[in-house]
Design a protein around this ligand. Structure first.
Ligand SMILES: Cc1ncc(COP(=O)(O)O)c(C=O)c1O
Length: 375
């Protein structure tokens, strides 16, 4: 008998439900600890006004890909400003970080390229690889010695790309970037650093981990996303003019997609200005996160090696993680439950994201509530 396609799809979804893996959209109920608005800028008046003014002046749409009529002057002005701010020769705005990683990794990884990335790499890096014909080498999480072993196996004259994140999005720990930079130099590799969760948070003026460690001269390419600490949306790649020209010519997600609106570009620059000026936001989020981590660790929770505003509460099974999430919800808190395959099997967790928008007493209350949960 001919199978109805809807039955096939329904049975695939039923399988997800059975395994506790069914995703659905909902509005956060209670105090939200799941979003990425780390500096509390998403509702900032100056940023919203910069966007609104630009929308009224320049219109709501960008009219096309940057290569086909969508390259409004505001893009180039903002890119020059961002490159100067970061201290790189050039910068290129992307629609978001996912598309930037997709475009960049696939652009550089042809069949003669070796891509080295961390076992906990973000999906956008792996999806970029999936679009490519390169060879993948995955090294142990935050382990330069394991990376070196992999680098040693590749011939000297082959193109090597090391792609790492500054702060890991599900663990909240910080990459050993100095060691990676030394290895990149030793093995003639190109080093790409995704600062999606560290920009706005680490480094002078929130310029990220590369700036904090003075590695600007040793990192060849880096990514900032504006949908997290900066509270807006979009992303930017920083590097030499040579590399940016290569990306403009080869990154399919850049070439074949309509650019973001000029209003969003205006919001991006204002958000970076506000973040750089308001260092109290960074200081507050890091201080409150450190206090929260200490409290939950003392209560017996495993927060892995988190040192940042992202605090995982590893619970093991999906069932346990869902029960803990529901317990927090009953007590007025909304936390994200992160399950495999997003994280390795057996490490289902709640991911608590602390923001400068949270009141310190609310973060303490969350830690006290977790401590009451019957593990
Ligand atoms: C490390 C990392 N890179 C890239 C992205 C994608 O960025 P965007 O949300 O701007 O698409 C994310 C998103 O969560 C991320 O965690």
């Amino acid at each position: 008998m001919q199978q109805n396609f809807e039955n096939i799809i329904a049975s695939k979804l039923a399988e997800k439900r059975k395994n506790g893996m069914f995703r659905f959209l909902s509005q956060p109920k209670g105090l939200d600890f799941s979003n990425n608005d780390y500096l509390g800028l998403a509702n900032h008046f100056e940023i919203a006004k910069a966007a609104a003014d630009a929308y009224i002046k320049l219109g709501a749409g960008s009219k096309g890909s940057r290569l086909l009529g969508g390259n409004h002057k505001i893009f180039e002005e903002t890119e020059s400003w961002l490159a100067k701010w970061k201290g790189t020769e050039a910068a290129l705005i992307f629609n978001n970080g996912y598309n930037a990683n997709l475009g960049i990794i696939s652009a550089f990884c042809d069949s003669k390229t070796h891509l080295f990335c961390d076992r906990l790499s973000h999906t956008s890096i792996l999806d970029g690889y999936a679009m490519s014909s390169g060879k993948l080498h995955r090294f142990k999480h935050n382990d330069p010695a394991d990376l070196e072993k992999a680098l040693q196996k590749v011939k000297e004259d082959e193109f090597k790309l090391i792609a790492v994140e500054a702060i890991y999005s599900m663990d909240g720990d910080i990459a050993p970037l100095k060691e990676y930079a030394e290895l990149a130099e030793k093995y003639g590799a190109m080093l790409y650093v995704d600062e999606a969760h560290s920009d706005g948070i680490l480094g002078p003026g929130g310029k990220g981990l590369i700036a904090e460690l003075d590695l600007e001269a040793k990192v060849h390419l880096s990514l900032t996303t504006f949908g997290k600490a900066y509270g807006t949306m979009g992303a930017c790649i920083f590097g030499s003019k040579l590399l940016i020209d290569y990306i403009i010519n080869n990154a399919r997600s850049f070439i074949y997609s309509t650019a973001i609106s000029p209003g969003t570009v205006a919001a991006i620059q204002k958000a970076v200005e506000v973040s750089a000026r308001d260092s109290f936001r960074r200081e507050s989020v890091l201080r409150v996160s450190a206090d929260f981590r200490q409290r939950v660790r003392e209560a017996g929770f495993n927060c892995l090696q988190s040192e940042t505003q992202i605090v995982p509460i590893v619970l093991g099974t999906i069932d346990k993680a869902l029960k803990c999430r529901d317990f927090l919800a009953e007590n007025g808190f909304h936390a994200a439950c992160i399950r495999p395959p997003t994280v390795p099997n057996g490490t289902a967790r709640l991911r608590i994201n602390i923001s400068a928008a949270h009141k310190e007493e609310d973060v303490k209350r969350l830690a006290e509530t977790l401590a009451r949960w019957d593990k």
